[in-house]
Design a protein around this ligand. Sequence first.
Ligand SMILES: NC(=O)c1ccc[n+]([C@@H]2O[C@H](COP(=O)([O-])OP(=O)(O)OC[C@H]3O[C@@H](n4cnc5c(N)ncnc54)[C@H](OP(=O)(O)O)[C@@H]3O)[C@@H](O)[C@H]2O)c1
Length: 371
Amino acid sequence: MSSPAASATSTAASAASTNSVLEKLGLLLVAIVVLRFTRAAMQFIYRHVLGPSALCRGSVDFAKCGKWAVVTGATDGLGKAYARQLAGRGMDVVLISRTQSKLDATADEIRAEYPGREVRCVRADFSDEDTGLVYGHVGRELHGLEVGVLVNNVGLSYPYPEYFLKAAEDQCDNGNKATAGLGPKLFDDMVRCNITSMIHMCRLVMPGMADRRKGCVINIGSSTSEIPCPLLTVYGATKKFVEKFSRELNTEYGGSGKNGFNITVQCVMPGYVATKMSKINRTSWLVPSPDKFVRSALQTTGLEPVTQGYMPHTLMVKAIALAESISKSMMSRMVLNNMLSIRARVLRTQAKKQKEAFALTQDPIESAVDN
Ligand SMILES: NC(=O)c1ccc[n+]([C@@H]2O[C@H](COP(=O)([O-])OP(=O)(O)OC[C@H]3O[C@@H](n4cnc5c(N)ncnc54)[C@H](OP(=O)(O)O)[C@@H]3O)[C@@H](O)[C@H]2O)c1
C-alpha cells in the first residue's frame, strides 16, 4: 500500500501533467486563431489594397482578353456602369436589353464619352418563354465577334418583399391590381432572367474564349445568397445558383498552363446599390451609386473569384455572419421583421394610390352627394 504522502505526490504530478497538456492545447488553439486571423487580414489587404494597386496590378487587364465586352441588362444601373467602364478600359461593347430607345440612348452616351469605341445594340427579352428564339437571335448577333469579357448582369427581383404563397397567387383571379408584378409568372421570369440567361450566354460566348485561351466572365449574383432574405425567397435562391455556377465554372475553366483555359469566372454579389431595382435614390457609404460600385468591383476581378465587390458590403456580410454565429434564428427573425416593415410600407402606399384612383373614377356629383 502506498503512503498518503506518496499518493499526494502522485496526484499532484498527474494534476501537473494534465495542466501541462491543457496549457499546450490552449497554446495550440491560440496559435490557430492567430494564424487564421493573420491569413484573413493579409488576404483582405491583398484583395482590397495591394492587389488592385498599380504596385501589383493583380486584377484582369480587360482589353487584353479580347476586342468586345458583352453586357446583359446594359441600359440601366449596374449593367450600364459595367458597359461604360469597360469601354473606358479600351473595349468595344455590345449592349443587350429589351427597350430599343434605351439601348440607343446608352450607345450614344458611350460613343460620346469614348469616341474611339464601337458600340452595338441587341434587343432581347430574357424573360421570353421561347429560349430557342431568344438565344438563336443573340447568337447570330454575336457571331464572329471576338468577345473577351461577358458580364451576365440582367436580373429580376420582386416588386416588394412578399410571402412566397402570396407572391405566387394569380393576381388576375383576385382582381387586385395593387399587387401587379407578382403572380406565378414572376417566378418563371425570375428563373429565366437570373439563371437561364446566364447558362445560355456562357454557352454562346465561352467557346470562343476557350479556343483563344483567354477571357473573363463576370456573373452578377447578390449578397441575398449569403445572408437571410425571407420574403425574397425565390430571388435569393436564384442568386445562390449564380454563386455555385460561377465557382464550379471558374474551377473548370480558370486554370492557366497546358491544360487550363485561362478564363476568369467571377461572381459579384452586391448589397444594396442605388438603382431602379433597389428603388433607392439616395447614395450613401453602404448604398453606392452603380458607377462607384462597378469601379470597385472591377478592381477585384482576377483577385477574388467570389466577392461582394465593394468593401462596405463585405463588412456588412461579415457582420451578419458573425451575428448568425451567435444565433442564426435570431438573425433570421430580425431580417424577417425588417422585410415585413418594408412590405407594410409598400402595401400602405399602394392602398392609398388605389383609393385615390378609385375616387377619380367616381361621378363628381355622386361623390359630392356622398360627402
Ligand atoms: N440594385 C441592387 O441593389 C442590387 C443588389 C444586388 C444584386 N443586384 C443585381 O444586379 C443586377 C443588375 O441590377 P440593377 O439594380 O442594375 O437593375 P436595373 O437598374 O433595374 O437595370 C436592369 C437592366 O436590365 C434590363 N432588363 C430588365 N429586364 C430585362 C429582360 N427581361 N430582358 C433583357 N433585359 C432586361 C433593363 O433594361 P430594359 O428594361 O430596357 O430591358 C436594364 O437595362 C441584377 O442581376 C440584380 O439582381 C442588384
